[in-house]
Design a protein around this ligand. Structure first.
Ligand code: ADP
Ligand code: MG
Length: 634
């Protein structure tokens, strides 16, 4: 036993042996690092403040890239070698990012459908993980200089919508930057922590995060000091960048033509567009402090200069903010709440500094949002609080995030069986047992899918793997237990085990590409739109498979036991079979079910004779004792 030594009236002396841990907000536009010291979280400043633009500029091979403000400055001269917005590429294939490809001034290349790569001017190819690692490396160096030694770990934040591939890519980037990633935490959860919202006993909060590239809105529920992300939503095509482009289009007065969807091949034109966007961004940011300013740039050989007021900005943003309002309403609906049920709304992200955006949030939620903490810093501050907790610091907050889209497995006929429903709080898991459809089946192709639709082809394919070496058995005898586990980082682990043989495989699903917020949004919308049709399609597929199985079994029996089939039953059965065949090709599942039942009835006398004969054969020449022994399997 150890005794604490302390003088009366003095607090016991504690020798600091605290771990050096930090929280990192790895943003699309800006990144920053924060640290908890003496129970207070603070951002770590460098030259030019806390924000490090998430931009990495590469020069020749073997030379360390430049990160941050200096890199951003280089962007206009060397767009092909200056990588910005790399967060949008994390864990995603070229096909996934096709829609935004044109907005990026650098070149993307396909890597056989795996995570997209960036191709620099000299032909070097880099993974988004490497680029993100360069940003993290910069933050790590800043933190180590500020804290006076090597870091023991970091909590990195990710959007609540990040799927397994995107989270894994973020983790890999941390590791590549030499950081021990203690945990990935959802950005809204970090924001709530920064505000100390966990100190109450209960409460319901909306976290409104409008950054440079993405928009996230989440509902968090606090029950007995424990946070739960009740629902998340958003739109990745909505952020300050989109406002900047809208301002350029407005000022240039030629609509979409000013900023074409795909970057022009001509270097000069690209440079002009980037310059115009930078000017628009600066004007927008000025409008946060003043009522009116001017925006000036040169585009298409024409110089544009136009006065812009806050009211103009509000009008320009209106269509974008309408999309935000829709996402907010949807997330409230998902959480089964009304705006009046909220205890608070937290502002996150640089774009929420703008009074235009604040007015919008106030109108959508009908209340004054919380904004005492700098909305740019709040996520990093919360990540630092979480890192401190994990390093054995102060409080004992428990954070729970959710699975953004249901996770399921493809079964016969392409029908999806959902194991983990969407918005389940993580960590979570589910196990379900499946069987074989065909006789002598010795392997299974397992297909892990994500989405709300009833059929696998309408869902997102996450991984395919195989369970091999199952001993041949009759259909329906094998028992394959599939288990899904989503860990605290939101990464999915799948295992499959055949119970009789003990054959099993474990697969840590590392999907080759990710999922965008827009896709989540789209898939959700589609699942609402298609709910009825999907259910009908699912029923149809299930009934068709059942019909196929019964037709095959009846056909085999009619050949094997032809002598048991009298003419009348044969005619009725054959007629019922062809009716069923015909209806299976059509698409009325109720009609198929009725035809299956009709076939059952028509073939019943035949089935009964076969059954009696089978029992008779089993009993022949056996005593009751023999039979009992047979049945008990001895
Ligand atoms: P991300 O989370 O995407 O990295 P941030 O939260 O850092 O982004 O937000 C960056 C966005 O915030 C940019 O679009 C920037 O123009 C915008 N922003 C920064 N400061 C202001 C301001 N004072 N007024 C309006 N917008 C701002
Ligand atoms: Mg952010």
């Amino acid at each position: 036993m150890l005794f604490q030594i302390s003088e009366p009236g003095e607090s016991p002396t504690k020798v600091a042996c605290k771990k050096r841990v930090v929280g990192i907000d790895l943003g699309t536009t800006n990144s920053l690092v924060a640290h908890v010291d003496d129970a207070t979280a603070a951002v770590l400043d460098g030259d030019g403040g806390a924000m490090v633009p998430s931009v990495v500029a590469y020069s020749s091979a073997g030379v360390d890239p430049v990160v941050g403000r200096a890199a951003a400055a280089r962007g206009l001269d060397a767009p092909a070698d200056t990588i910005a917005s790399v967060k949008r590429l994390m864990g995603r294939s070229l096909a996934d990012v096709a829609a935004i490809q044109g907005l990026l001034p650098y070149q993307l290349v396909d890597d056989a459908g795996r995570m997209v790569k960036v191709r620099l001017g000299d032909g070097r190819e880099l993974s988004p993980v490497q680029v993100s690692a360069a940003i993290l490396g910069e933050l790590r160096a800043r933190a180590e200089a500020a804290l006076g030694g090597p870091l023991d770990g970091a909590v990195i934040t990710v959007p609540a919508y990040f799927d397994d591939a995107q989270r894994q890519a973020t983790r890999d980037a941390g590791r590549l930057a030499g950081l021990e990633v203690l945990r990935l935490v959802a950005e809204p959860t970090a924001a709530a922590l920064a505000y100390g919202l966990d100190r109450g006993t209960r409460g319901t909060y909306a976290i409104y995060d409008l950054g440079g590239g993405t928009f996230d809105v989440s509902v968090l529920i606090l029950v007995d000091g424990v946070f739960e992300v009740r629902a998340t939503g958003g739109d990745s095509g909505l952020g300050g960048d989109d406002i900047d482009r809208a301002i350029v289009r407005w000022a240039a007065g030629d609509g979409d033509g000013a900023v074409p969807a795909t970057a022009p091949a001509d270097a000069r034109a690209r440079r002009d567009i980037a310059g115009a966007i930078a000017a628009a961004r600066a004007a927008k940011e000025r409008l946060t402090d003043v009522e009116s300013t001017a925006v000036a740039f040169t585009l298409g050989g024409r110089s544009v200069e136009r006065a812009i007021t806050r009211a103009d900005l509000a009008a320009i943003c209106a269509p974008l903010l309408e999309r935000s309002a829709r996402a907010c309403r949807r997330v409230l609906r998902d959480a089964e709440l009304g705006a009046a049920d909220l205890d608070g709304v937290v502002l996150v992200g640089g774009s929420t500094r703008s009074p235009v955006v604040r007015d919008h949030v106030r109108a959508v939620f009908g209340r004054e949002p919380l904004c005492e903490l700098d909305p740019d810093h709040v996520v990093a501050l919360g990540a630092a609080v979480q890192a401190d907790v994990l390093a054995g610091g102060s409080s004992d907050v428990v954070l729970i995030d959710v699975v953004p889209l249901s996770l399921g497995i493809e079964t016969m006929g392409g029908v999806v069986e959902k194991l983990i429903p969407r918005n389940s709080t993580i960590p979570c898991g589910a196990t379900q047992t499946f069987t074989t459809y065909a006789d002598q089946q010795t392997g299974f192709d397992l297909h892990v899918v994500q989405g709300e639709r009833e059929t696998a082809d309408a869902c997102r394919s996450l991984a395919r793997f195989q369970l091999r070496g199952v001993p041949p058995m009759v259909a329906g005898a094998a028992r394959v237990e599939i288990s899904y586990q989503v860990d605290t980082d939101g990464i999915l682990h799948v295992s499959a085990r055949e119970e009789h043989s003990g054959v099993e495989t474990h697969v840590e699903v590392r999907p080759s590409y990710g999922l965008t917020d827009e896709e989540v949004e789209r898939m959700l919308m589609e699942s609402f739109d298609h709910a009825e049709a999907d259910l009908a399609e699912r029923n149809l597929r299930v009934e068709r498979i059942e019909a196929e199985r019964i037709l095959a079994a009846t056909r085999t029996a009619m050949v094997q036991d032809a002598h048991l089939l009298d003419a009348e039953v044969a005619v009725a059965t054959t007629a019922a079979m062809s009716a069923l065949e015909r209806l299976s090709a059509a698409s009325d599942h109720v009609a198929i079910r009725t035809a299956i039942e009709a076939l059952d009835r028509a073939s019943k006398p035949f089935a009964e004779r076969r059954m009696n004969l089978a029992i008779g054969a089993a009993m022949k020449g056996k005593t009751l004792a023999d039979l009992e022994r047979d049945l008990s399997g001895r």
